[in-house]
Write a protein of this length. Structure first.
Length: 162
């Protein structure tokens, strides 16, 4: 048996105003996207904003459904909309934030595995890493460079080839 370690890297900004201007603007757009959340079951609203290489910003919010698997996370709403509207434009960055009607979200909320896999596919498609900015409604912001730091054992498209 051989044991190995995986290390991930991310930056912590104790105050969002410390973020670079583009990251702060994208995070503010993710906060704005919260208004589009349809979350009557969990009362947990998630907003996402995607910055494209052409400067456009696309927003998305989580959409729940009484048949739980039929809902969709904010990250995938934003990424799929960006791909449909701007099909050949790379994603530069993605900001994610969350609010709850039941408690204060004080820690950054990371994307789920399915969203990470969609981000991995997006990075693979364009050959560029995505900068990910995470923050709750208060507390620090985390900045992660590339999906490898969120999902180190992602499924790669090359795995489908002989």
């Amino acid at each position: 048996m051989k044991k190995e370690e995986i290390k991930v890297s991310y930056s912590i900004f104790q105050n969002p105003e410390e973020l670079p201007e583009k990251d702060l603007v994208l995070l503010q757009r993710a906060e704005k996207a919260l208004t589009g959340s349809y979350s009557p079951y969990s009362d947990f609203r998630v907003g996402a904003a995607v910055l494209l290489a052409n400067g456009e910003i696309v927003e998305g919010a989580n959409q729940e459904n009484a048949a739980y698997p039929s809902g969709l996370c904010a990250e995938r709403v934003a990424l799929f909309y960006a791909s449909a509207k701007y099909e050949n434009i790379p994603v530069v960055a993605l900001a994610i934030t969350a609010r709850s009607a039941r408690f204060e979200v004080t820690r950054p909320v990371p994307p789920c595995g399915s969203c990470c896999q969609v981000m991995a596919e997006t990075e693979s498609r364009f050959g560029e890493q995505i900068r990910v900015i995470l923050r709750g409604e208060s507390g620090p912001a985390f900045v992660v460079e590339g999906i490898n730091n969120l999902l180190p054992f992602m499924f790669h498209p090359e795995m489908l080839k002989k």
